[in-house]
Design a protein around this ligand. Structure first.
Ligand code: ADP
Length: 808
């Protein structure tokens, strides 16, 4: 009911002068929500009919009215009990009639009075009132002055705090010097709850009144200040958010203009991915840091690409992705048998190895290392193990790796830096516990770029590889769940430190029969399937397979055999497609139509056609092989030339042979002055392949003696053995591989040092049955066996010692 119309208040110092007696029949006007103070001038809306009447009559009769505030503003027709008993006597100054019949009446407060007794309730409340006496302190009371000055200060402050406050009203108050009116006007102005305002009205002691004002004002100021502070803070945070939003929008607009909008998308996508994937907390922290860096980087900066690549790696590593192991030993056995023919001891060793891991419930431990010539199934055994265990399978070759960084990665500061092969393989596997085959571990080199072996040692050490640190990744990756399997061609070239760490399982070369079985059961079905053929469409007999092995492959394993079978399948598939035949049968005679590559002729016979050529047996990491040594002579002055990438040890064998021949020229039937009249050239063909080792000694000596005596060497004989200047024959290594190579090459007899006799036990029966072994201790025995009589008399020397393996 308070009017918003501004009414100028006037000072009313006369208002309360001298009304202390009680008065009867004063009309009482109830007010809702308003406590009226003396001195206050204010329009009131009067709506209740009884009140309208009261006002009109009072105005007419120039009567004062007591305004009392309702205790409860919700009561519509208040009785005397609903009103506070103390109020203010007012004078009606003016009445306005509103269009709806209600009245707006301007009243002026005069003095405070108490309602004593009701005399009539109709048509409006009328009763007896008692004027209230104020206790006014003396004007020069210091305390009052201080209170007043305090209130003035507070009002000024309030004026600043309340920008919407009415300046004129405040001005009026400030200019009121009469203390009591000043206090009333301040009280009237306060926006405080009715009971508190009423309490002020009822306070008769001026000092107390002023005190209460100070308290109320302080509260208002405090509240106001607090609310302003909150307001400011809210505003602040809104401002900040708004500012950031605007800046971001601007940035987006700029990026769009520069055509870099998609880079922002890239960052967003990465963030999304980071939220989705599982990774250890410390790695997530690193990724988040990098992502934040990336989001503020210009995509044109070189570092942007570097950081983005790095993040790609962090986000794509299978940090916590694992496959469930199934370590059912019988299942593993089934799988190994299904995939590989023979290899019984190898398979048993693998099963034992896995069984121990299973019992220990721990896949850590020594690393398996398969050692054997190429193509014997080392890598594919690894794949079978992975498959049987339900693990992912990855492999990479260490052949020719010389740089530690290839294992451990380059630091990110290098241009084009990448993680090492280990981390790359793990990413490729997509799980943190794959079977990882480290191929050709015996081929790691070492040079100025650092030693990869040391990095490998760390990788293979179950104690250390929990925190394997790649230079590029920088954060550690746990490799302890990876099942490492290494493969090597030869134990000799394997670094001893690595060898110690591994459980070696040797896989021997295959003999012909085994190869035929492998081809029939594994390689051929595999190739048929790969070429979309069925068994019925391509018929190949065992004899044909044997022919392929014999004449088109010369290897310890079955890798080339597999390729040749692929050739056959390809040719057959083509004929079936082109000629619409239903079935292709391949016989030996037509093999050249299908297999394009070089055929291996049983060449030994043809090669050994003149004096000076001998057949040696060599051991290479890819299995055994035969090798020819050719010597030729020309007029000269005893110059010795050796060609064919012959390394030092083999060269020394030539020298030793020359010396032996010189020393024994007479017995051997060699012209004693040959060193003055002849130049000699020794060549070891297949000149691109470096050759070394002392085991070619007997072959050198045989070739040279053959040359100098004009006696041809037997063409069905392969030989191996080291020689001494005294003519002794010393034992050599790799007997089994060498004998198998001789057998493959179709040689009928093999000459070996006597001290290698024990090694013959390793040779499969099927091979030793077909070969005659000559075990020798001295060079003269060698020459007696190897050299044919002049004039090509094929009869061999009586002194020859022929020996066959006991059980052959
Ligand atoms: P390595 O790793 O020893 O050089 P691979 O594992 O690459 O040899 O083998 C070459 C091919 O020969 C593969 O296709 C493999 O399946 C096959 N192979 C080798 N040994 C056998 C075997 N005993 N039984 C069946 N297939 C074999």
């Amino acid at each position: 009911m308070q009017d918003n119309e501004q009414v100028q208040q006037t000072q009313t110092s006369q208002a309360n002068a001298g009304h202390t007696e009680s008065q009867a029949d004063i009309p009482v006007l109830p007010l809702r929500n308003i406590v009226f103070f003396p001195g206050q001038i204010m329009p009131l809306f009067v709506g209740r009919p009884s009140s309208v009447r009261l006002i009109e009559e009072a105005h007419q009769k120039q009567r004062s009215v007591l305004v009392l505030t309702q205790r409860d503003s919700s009561v519509d027709v208040p009785h005397s009990r609903d009103l506070y008993t103390k109020g203010t006597v007012v004078r009606v100054v003016k009445i306005y009639t509103m269009p709806d019949g209600s009245k707006s009446v301007v009243v002026q407060g005069q003095y405070r009075a108490e309602f004593l007794r009701m005399t009539s309730e109709e048509p409006y409340l009328v009763g007896e009132i008692q004027l209230l006496e104020e206790r006014i302190p003396s004007v020069d009371d210091v305390e009052v002055a201080a209170l007043v000055s305090n209130i003035r200060t507070q009002l000024k402050k309030l004026e600043q705090l309340l920008p919407e406050s009415n300046p004129e009203q405040l001005n009026l108050i400030m200019n009121t010097h009469e203390m009591e009116t000043f206090a009333f006007l301040v009280a009237a102005m306060l926006n405080i709850p009715v009971p508190e305002k009423q309490d002020l009205l009822e306070t008769m002691d001026l000092k107390e009144f002023l005190n209460k004002l100070v308290v109320q004002l302080s509260k208002i100021i405090q509240r106001q200040e607090l609310s302003q502070k909150i307001q400011a803070e809210v505003q602040d945070s809104i401002n900040k958010a708004q500012r950031e939003y605007f800046l971001r929008e601007q940035l987006r607009a700029i990026k769009k203009e520069l055509g870099e909008e998609k880079d922002q998308l890239e960052v967003d996508e990465m963030r999304k991915k980071l939220d989705e994937i599982e990774m250890p907390d410390e790695i997530r922290a690193v990724a988040e840091k990098e992502l934040n860096r990336l989001s503020v980087m210009s995509p044109a900066a070189a570092e942007y690409g570097v950081t983005r690549n790095y993040l790609d790696w962090l986000l794509e590593m299978p940090w916590q992705v694992r496959t469930e192991d199934s370590l059912d030993i019988s299942r593993v056995k089934e799988q190994l048998d299904r995939d590989h023919y023979g290899l019984e001891t190898v398979k048993n060793r693998i099963l034992e190895f896995l069984a121990v891991r299973k019992l220990k419930n721990d896949m850590r431990g020594p690393i398996l290392c398969f050692v054997g010539p190429p193509g014997v199934g080392k890598t594919s055994l690894g794949r079978s193990i992975a498959e049987a265990m339900g693990r992912k399978y990855v492999r990479f070759s260490l052949g020719g790796v010389r740089d530690e960084a290839e294992i451990r990665g380059h630091r990110r500061t290098y241009i084009g830096a990448l993680p090492g092969r280990i981390i790359q393989s793990i990413k490729k596997a997509g799980s943190s516990n794959p079977v990882l085959v480290l191929d050709e571990i015996d081929k790691v080199g070492m040079d100025f770029r650092g030693d990869p072996t040391s990095a490998l040692l760390e990788v293979l050490d179950p104690e250390q590889n929990v925190h394997f640190s790649d230079h590029y990744l920088e954060v550690p990756f746990d490799l302890s769940n990876v099942l490492f399997i290494a493969t090597a061609n030869s134990l000799d070239t394997l670094q001893p430190a690595l060898r110690d760490r591994m459980e070696i399982i040797e896989i021997p070369s295959y003999i012909l029969d085994e190869k035929v079985h492998i081809a029939r059961r594994h390689l051929l079905p595999k190739q048929l399937a790969e070429h979309g053929l069925t068994e019925k469409q391509l018929v190949i007999g065992d004899d044909v397979i044997r022919g392929v092995i014999d004449r088109y492959t010369r290897e310890a394993g079955v890798r080339n055999l597999e390729r040749k079978l692929a050739d056959l399948c390809r040719g057959a598939a083509r004929r079936i497609a082109e000629e619409t035949v239903k079935k292709v049968t391949i016989r030996e005679a037509v093999l050249p139509d299908y297999i394009t590559s070089r055929k291996f002729y049983p060449e030994v016979a043809e090669r050994i056609c003149s004096p000076g050529i001998a057949t040696g047996l060599a051991w290479t990491p890819v299995g055994g092989d035969i090798l020819f040594i050719e010597a030729t002579k020309m007029k000269g002055k005893g110059r010795l030339t050796i060609t064919g990438q012959v390394r030092d040890v083999m060269k020394e064998s030539v020298q030793a042979a020359m010396s032996y021949i010189s020393a024994n020229a007479k017995q051997l039937g060699v012209p004693e002055d040959f060193r003055d009249t002849l130049d000699i050239h020794v060549h070891v063909p297949a000149g691109a392949v470096p050759k070394d080792g002392p085991s070619a000694g007997v072959t050198m000596l045989t070739a040279l003696t053959s040359l100098l005596t004009d006696r041809i060497v037997r063409n069905d004989l392969g030989m191996t053995g080291e020689i001494t200047l005294r003519g002794q024959v010393l034992p050599i290594g790799g007997v089994k591989e060498k004998v198998l190579a001789a057998h493959r090459a179709g040689l009928k007899s093999v000459l070996l040092p006597k001290r290698n006799e024990d090694d013959l036990k390793e040779i499969p029966d099927s091979v030793s049955r077909e070969i005659t072994f000559h075990l020798v201790e001295r060079m003269d025995e060698v020459l007696a066996i190897a050299l044919q009589e002049k004039r090509r008399n094929r009869k061999s020397t009586k002194k020859s010692i022929e020996s066959r393996k006991e059980n052959s």
